[in-house]
Design a protein around this ligand. Sequence first.
Ligand SMILES: [Mg+2]
Length: 122
Amino acid sequence: MKNILVVDDELDILDTIIDTFEIEFEERNIMIYKAANGVEALELFKSDIVFDLIVTDINMPEMDGIELTQYVKGLRSDMPVIVFTGHGDMEEQDKLTALGVIAMIKKPYVEDLLEEVNNSLK
Ligand SMILES: [Mg+2]
């Protein structure tokens, strides 16, 4: 049993990711959870659910993906985080690499994201 948390403030993108993941993972005992911003994500992260992977957007209200990654890494330094973001955010790459994110995948390439997620769950 594994748990993945997907975080994005744009609901259509969030649903696209969730749909893709559910098709891929439905028979592999992998649960997908979703959050619309860093605050919601952090609440789930601090709950009883033990996550194996977080996929997060960068630009979000309340708490962005960089701040979320900082918090999460502060609580669990080995927590795998993959960033799925728009082209304009790629300039944040150095900051995110320093924070220890596994990968930055450009939107809208959900198939690339899925490949990275599969690699990280091995
Ligand atoms: Mg966003």
